[in-house]
Design a protein around this ligand. Structure first.
Ligand SMILES: [Zn+2]
Length: 501
């Protein structure tokens, strides 16, 4: 092995150790930390962030990176090593284009903006948040100028979340998706089929829910010797290493599908992390490709598997046994329809599979126009509300149920939203391919066997880390570039049956 490269790789591992230590402290902060720990914890994290920054900008590290880049360019490194250099080079080059004062200003503005957003949302008053959002948009436009872009400044922002993707490509697939969803949703709304979400209402003991959710996670392949399931205010997943990937959820005593779906979603993220190659820890070859691909793994398990009739053919009898008062008189068919009920609603995170992407497309259109300078921040509530009317036929009653509902803009995460829909599209495309490779998939799932599906995902997605770009990975795994056809077909087949269209 090239000695420069092996020194470089060791530095990457050192950096990853620090990042994992910070992730573990952050996980503890959200799961176990007592209230008085918050001050000292912030100090700990800020100290470690400083150490991390110093390692990343150190002369030694940057020299090793440059020498490794030269080695890669001259063909002295293996394909895998070259991919590592390519990805680190990409990240560092972007960082180097941002002056320290810019980075500090953005951190300052976003940390204030987060608190203002929390307050504005609570008071349902967008005008409180608007001055901060104006600053963030101006900073993000400056970031795009500093980083550089080919066509749209929005390209430069998407790049942080979905490397190598462009505004134009995303606008094309989301445009196709919108053209499919709008008329399909209208058909569902006109259906007379008896699909009632209330059919699954009841009381659900939280301790019993915990046991059931853990059973589901284990059954679909989550390795509890390489992770934990805990409770937090907002469900999330985090990973310190492929051998330690954590998930959390929350439990509502009046609702059980929320916690099961939440756990299956986070398990999907964690299965990806557990499937990354441990021996490459610290390098991009043990990192997820992109936000879109990460979300494809969670949505595949949550929706294509976890809301399918095959999945519930196995799990429903077990669920009914645990909660006979709620489900004793509810048939599998009624239950299956209830958990797949389609109902336009204000809040994205509560949306069903059919309407969810319309929430995302709305945000994508708005933030793209905001960054390209076509709409002003003050116009957002009006534009948001008129799009909600157009897409979902809803009248938004106040800003907390509208433009203020998501945290993303407050932390400067402009360009993040489209990755949620890319995740849905990738998930359907991967699942359709896996189904062709595993002809008995439905029968297997109905018997509670998920191993061959997980194996397919491991071999085609997880094991590659960042070796390929998201686009190349999809092409390699499915034979086609990302498109909305598989998602549209999946939705049409499933919901035509449920809604008797
Ligand atoms: Zn997710």
């Amino acid at each position: 092995m090239n000695t420069t490269f092996s020194e470089f790789q060791q530095k990457l591992v050192d950096i990853a150790q620090l990042k994992s230590a910070m992730a573990a402290l952050n996980w503890d902060k959200d799961v176990f930390m007592p209230p008085k720990g918050s001050g000292p914890r912030a100090a700990m994290l800020s100290y470690l962030a400083g150490e991390l920054h110093e390692k990343v900008v150190s002369r030694e590290f940057l020299d090793l990176l440059r020498e490794s880049k030269a080695a890669a360019d001259s063909g002295a490194l293996s394909e895998g090593e070259s991919a590592i250099v390519r990805e680190v080079w990409r990240d560092v080059s972007r960082e180097e284009k941002l002056p320290v004062e810019f980075v500090k200003e953005l951190a300052q503005v976003t940390s204030e903006a987060y608190l203002v957003w929390v307050d504005a949302r609570q008071k349902k008053e967008f005008t409180l948040f608007a001055p901060y959002l104006k600053k963030i948009v101006a900073l993000k436009r400056r970031e795009a100028d500093l980083v550089g872009f080919k066509q749209s400044p929005y390209d430069a922002l998407i790049d942080t979340f979905e490397p190598y993707a462009t505004t134009e490509e995303i606008a094309a697939v989301l445009g196709d998706l919108r053209n499919f969803l709008t008329p399909f949703l209208a058909k569902i709304r006109n259906s007379k089929a008896n699909v009632r979400r209330e059919a699954i209402a009841g009381d659900f003991d939280v301790e019993k829910q915990k046991v059931f959710c853990a059973l589901v996670a284990k059954k679909i392949g989550y390795d509890f010797d390489a992770g934990r399931l805990d409770v937090s205010a907002h469900p999330f997943s985090t990973s310190f290493h492929p051998q330690d990937s954590r998930i959390t959820t929350r439990y509502n005593p009046k609702e059980i599908i929320e916690s099961i779906s939440g756990v299956v979603h986070e398990t999907g993220h964690a299965l990806y992390e557990q499937g990354l190659p441990a021996k490459q820890f610290g390098t991009p070859l043990a990192e997820a490709v992109s936000h879109g691909i990460h979300e494809s793994q969670s949505r595949l398990w949550e929706n294509l598997v976890g809301r399918s009739s095959a999945f519930w053919t196995y799990f429903y009898p077990l669920l009914r046994n645990e909660f006979p008062a709620a489900f004793g008189n509810v048939s599998l068919e009624t239950f299956y329809r209830a958990i797949n009920a389609v109902e336009p609603s204000f809040i994205r995170v509560e949306a069903d599979e059919v309407t969810y992407n319309l929430h995302v497309i709305l945000r994508f259109e708005i933030e793209r126009a905001m960054i390209e300078g076509d709409i002003a921040v003050d116009e957002l509530p009006r534009i948001w509300n008129s799009k909600m009317k157009e897409f979902l036929m809803l009248d938004v009653p106040d800003d907390s149920l509208g433009v203020l509902q998501d945290v993303h803009w407050s932390f400067g995460g402009i360009g993040y939203f489209p990755t949620y829909s890319l995740g849905n599209l990738y998930s359907a495309q991967f699942f359709a391919t896996a189904r062709r490779a595993i002809p008995a998939l439905d029968e297997e799932m109905a018997r509670g066997e998920f191993g061959s599906l997980l194996k397919w995902l491991r071999e085609n997605i997880h094991v590659h880390g960042k070796f390929y770009s998201a686009q190349d990975l999809a092409k390699r795994a499915t034979g086609e570039k990302l498109n909305s056809k598989y998602f549209s077909e999946y939705i049409t087949r499933k919901y035509s049956e449920i809604y008797e269209l």
